[in-house]
Write a protein of this length. Structure first.
Ligand SMILES: [Zn+2]
Length: 299
């Protein structure tokens, strides 16, 4: 990666901005898990954090794909309506924020289906995409892709092509495009984008990695992809814009990655919005033309 300190990008490449809409207590694999039935008793911060993020995006006329947790859609349906009203894409992050590896295929289908039920009550447009909690789509649970197609979804954005805590799909090769499912169908996969640094894959474009990295490193990473004509994908959560969120008990390493540099997220994103173009997965992949499973079968 060629690192430059003064990044002003005139690229016409549209990058992908994705937001996983969940609250401060949805951090994965805590030492003592908070049951779903108790989530409603906790302070809701996702509403105001997402609304302030929407304000930021509207100032720069940037559009994003919001992977909304079904539970959030159940309790904040007006927020989903507002996201859609402002021209963003609504997609699903499942209902109960559980890793795919902890679910049977039947439980996974029920979880995604429940999320679609709550999301579709608040949206007028079809939901096309899914992202797994913790990017937990690995080589061991590709069966999930067939279930997504069976539920009427068109794309998956759950591949993190490096090793990570909750899985990661480090042997995933290639970039976004159609991939084969175990049942011989095809689904559009839109993976997280990595950079090359001294011949190694490096990730700086989302979550804790985004908060740790200085702005110029992130901007250089986007520029490197754009110079090759490729869109970069950023992923963030509303809680990452909230330095005052309550702190949950977890290991020192997890705590560092979850809470480091929360005060820098908004400034970094605002700078990116002024220097790069961002749009939704649906718009960038022109998904109105993606055939649905039923059409594929009929063809
Ligand atoms: Zn999540």
């Amino acid at each position: 990666m060629k690192l430059v300190s003064n990044v002003h990008n005139n690229s016409t490449v549209n990058n992908i901005l994705t937001i996983d809409v969940e609250d401060w207590f949805h951090i994965l694999e805590l030492p003592s898990e908070i049951p779903v039935k108790d989530w409603i008793k906790l302070e809701n911060r996702v509403l105001k954090n997402t609304l302030s993020l929407l304000n930021l995006l509207s100032r720069y006329n940037a559009k994003a794909t919001f992977f909304v947790l079904g539970w959030v859609a159940q309790y904040c349906p007006d927020l989903i309506r507002e996201i859609e009203k402002q021209g963003h894409e609504i997609a699903t992050h499942g209902y109960s924020h559980r890793l795919i590896r902890d679910l049977t295929p039947k439980e996974f289908a029920q979880d995604v289906s429940l999320s679609l039920e709550y999301l579709s009550r608040a949206t007028s447009k079809p939901i096309l995409g899914y992202r797994a909690p913790g990017f937990s789509l690995t080589e061991d649970c590709l069966w999930a892709l067939d279930i997504l197609l069976e539920l009427g979804l068109s794309y998956d954005a759950s591949v993190f092509p490096l090793k990570r805590n909750h899985g990661g799909y480090k042997n995933f090769t290639g970039e976004g495009g159609f991939i084969n499912t175990p049942k011989g169908r095809q689904i559009l996969e839109v993976p997280v984008t990595c950079n090359n640094f001294l011949g190694k894959k490096l990730y700086v474009l989302g979550g804790g990695y985004f908060r740790i990295s200085p702005y110029w490193v992130i901007a250089s990473g986007i520029k490197q992809l754009n110079q090759q004509g490729k869109p970069a994908m950023i992923y963030l959560h509303p809680r990452e814009f909230d330095p005052l969120q309550p702190r949950l008990e977890m290991s020192k390493v997890r705590s560092f990655m979850s809470y480091v540099n929360l005060h820098t997220t908004e400034t970094k994103l605002e700078k990116l919005l002024s220097n790069f173009r961002f749009n939704t997965i649906k718009n960038i992949w022109q998904l109105s033309s993606v055939p649905k499973l039923t059409e594929l079968q009929a063809a």
